[in-house]
Design a protein around this ligand. Structure first.
Ligand code: ADE
Length: 239
């Protein structure tokens, strides 16, 4: 899968993603990263990419032309017009099912805004998805783009190995994951729950399901509405 990022800070994108699991996936060729500096497409002799807002007001607005030229450069070699995600606090809030949708694409373009925003005309022309990573405001779109690329990358076949596999993780079925323990058996006076030491797989599974349900009820009750619950599950939730 190919991730293209239109940004004023390509180094930030490169540094963030050439690390850890995404770094390994890039190295092994399961994903590709094309961080494009919008400034390289400025025709201005000082390489300006922003200007004052028409109608007045604070801040600067990113101009449409450099973004368009960078977009054209990326898309000229791609047969099917790729989805273009404008990363903005004014978008729909990113979630796991969006990550799953994006992971089906061969190419995905992220447009990272800065300053007070981006000229509306270029957004109308190229953007297909307006996406936020939550109801708070960051200094730019680079961190949100990296968050989304990370979440999408781990769904691309080959990126995770067996141990890292997505099978039993939080949000897989709208439930939070059960607690995990490793050695030692006792730490600061707290013992690992006996059931996990019992070797009884049936009981371990039951305990994990119960913990998962209780944890979701306590921390993210909103998720339970979307979860697929059995009669036994309902019993745990009442206890
Ligand atoms: N740009 C600034 N804040 C943002 C957010 N929360 N999500 C996406 N893009 C942003």
């Amino acid at each position: 899968m190919n991730f293209h990022v239109l940004t004023l800070f390509p180094d930030m994108i490169e540094a963030g993603l050439h690390t850890s699991v995404t770094g390994r996936a890039l190295q092994n060729g399961y994903i590709h990263l094309n961080a494009v500096n919008i400034r390289d497409y400025s025709k201005d002799k000082h390489k300006h990419v922003d200007d004052y807002p028409y109608g007045g007001g604070a801040g600067m607005v990113m101009q449409p032309e450099p973004i368009y030229l960078a977009y054209e450069d990326i898309t000229q070699n791609i047969e099917k017009k790729p989805r273009v995600v404008y990363v903005t606090p004014q978008g729909a809030v990113f979630n796991q099912s969006m990550a799953e949708e994006f992971a089906k694409e061969e190419d995905l373009i992220f447009l990272c805004g800065h300053y007070e925003g981006v000229d509306e005309r270029i957004l109308e022309e190229i953007v297909t998805d307006y996406v936020s990573i939550g109801d708070y405001v960051l200094t730019g779109g680079e961190l949100p783009a990296m968050v989304m690329i990370d979440a999408v990358s781990r769904l691309v076949p080959g990126v995770l190995n067996n141990e890292e596999s997505a099978e039993f993780e939080s949000f897989h079925d709208n439930l939070l994951e059960h607690p995990q323990y490793t050695r030692p058996v006792e730490f600061h006076g707290k013992r690992v729950p006996d059931v996990l030491l019992s070797g009884h797989h049936g009981n371990v599974d039951k305990w994990r399901r119960e913990q998962s349900l209780k944890r979701t009820l306590e921390r993210r009750p909103d998720l339970l509405e979307k979860a697929d619950l059995s009669k036994d599950d309902e019993k745990y939730l009442k206890k």
